[in-house]
Each structure stands twice: as C-alpha cells, then as structure tokens.
Design a binder for this molecule. Structure first.
Ligand SMILES: CC(C)(COP(=O)(O)OP(=O)(O)OC[C@H]1O[C@@H](n2cnc3c(N)ncnc32)[C@H](O)[C@@H]1OP(=O)(O)O)[C@@H](O)C(=O)NCCC(=O)NCCS
Length: 171
C-alpha cells in the first residue's frame, strides 16, 4: 500500500453563513458547523485511503468565537496520522474578513475515521508521513489522543494507555 504525505491527505472547503444556518441571535449553529467539519474532514480521510470512510469519533471540539451571518468560513482538514484501519483528521476553522481577507481562527476539532468495505468491515489504510514541524507535532500527539478516545469509549483499559499515563507519571 502506497505511503502518503500529509499534504496529499488534505482538503479545504469554503462556506458562507446563510440565514438558515443561524440561531435566533444571528450566529452560525454549532450543529451546522459540525456537519461542515464532518464532511470536510471525511474528504481528507477519503483522499488518504481512497476508500469509503465512516466517522468513528469526534473529540476536542472547541467553539471559541461566534460566527456571524454572512461570514465566509474556511475549513481546512488534514490527516494527522494513520493507524491500522483508522485515521485521525485535524480540522481548523477560520472566518475570513470580507474586506481585508484576514482570517481569524474560530474553531478546531479532531475526528477519527475508519475505512470500510462494502459490508462495513474495517480495511487497512496507508501509512502517513508528516513533513512540516506542525505535521510532526500533530502526528506525535495523535497516539495520545487515540488512547484517550479509546479509553473514553471503553475500548481499552487505563493500564494500556501508556502514552496517556506518561503525561501524569514522573519517572
Ligand atoms: C467505526 C466502526 C467501523 C468500527 O468498527 P469495529 O467493528 O468496532 O472495528 P474495530 O474494533 O476493528 O475498530 C476499527 C478501528 O476503529 C478505531 N476506533 C473505534 N472506535 C474508536 C473511537 N471511539 N475512537 C478512536 N478510534 C476508534 C479502532 O481503534 C480501530 O482502529 P485501528 O484499526 O486503526 O486500530 C464501527 O463502529 C461503525 O461502523 N460505526 C458507525 C460509524 C458511523 O455510522 N458513523 C457515522 C455517525 S452516525
């Protein structure tokens, strides 16, 4: 299976906040943003493995700033690490000033996708090689985040979360 670089497993999506996307104080609904983030990051994961993918988990979602109606929203999703059948995707959301074009970061989230076959069974995915400093940092942190997600989902025991434990236990 061909190894891929992070820059190949990447996608950018631009949306405009229309009246139907807002709550009664004129800000973008969190659920609408989640939908955009899910679709955009699924495309990045799909580009990585060239398979159908499903969302296995959503972690570390932060809604840092409200996004006003008419805003131009840019969603940038990149696979940060591939495991056996799963891939972690980090998505950054920016709001663009219509006049200056300046971008302000508003949200971030971390998704895990699993590649599946026609029967819904997980399939192996290619390895992912990080290149930039930021990609390397996110690659390294992905193992810890995976352990946390699996621990919270009851899929592993605390004793098996070695990367997580290392954060708390001093030698
Ligand atoms: C995701 C899914 C395919 C996993 O199937 P499964 O039979 O549990 O398969 P496995 O136990 O082999 O897990 C497959 C991979 O998912 C990962 N995974 C499962 N749950 C996870 C979680 N909560 N967080 C992170 N990774 C998770 C496993 O670690 C494994 O990764 P790896 O192969 O890279 O080690 C299955 O649970 C599913 O189809 N879920 C519904 C997906 C869906 O419909 N999403 C849309 C939202 S409604």
């Amino acid at each position: 299976m061909k190894t891929k670089f992070a820059r190949e497993s990447y996608t950018v999506n631009t949306e405009v906040v229309l009246p139907n996307d807002t709550n009664n104080i004129g800000n973008l609904f969190g659920g609408k943003l989640m939908q955009w983030m899910d679709i955009t990051s699924a495309i990045a994961a799909q580009r990585h493995c060239n398979r159908v993918v499903v969302t296995a988990s959503i972690n570390s979602v932060s809604f840092d700033n409200p996004i006003k109606q008419n805003s131009v929203v840019t969603l940038e999703a990149k696979v940060s690490r591939a495991f056996n059948t799963s891939m972690e995707v980090v998505i950054d959301v920016h709001v663009e000033d219509a006049v200056t074009g300046a971008k302000t970061k508003c949200n971030e989230a971390i998704f895990t996708f699993v590649a599946i076959d026609q029967n819904g069974a997980p399939l192996p995915v290619p390895e992912m090689v990080p290149e930039t400093e930021e990609e390397k940092k996110r690659f390294a942190g992905a193992l810890r985040r995976r352990q946390l997600s699996l621990l919270l989902a009851g899929r592993i025991k605390a004793d098996d979360a070695s990367e997580l434990k290392a954060l708390f236990v001093k030698e």
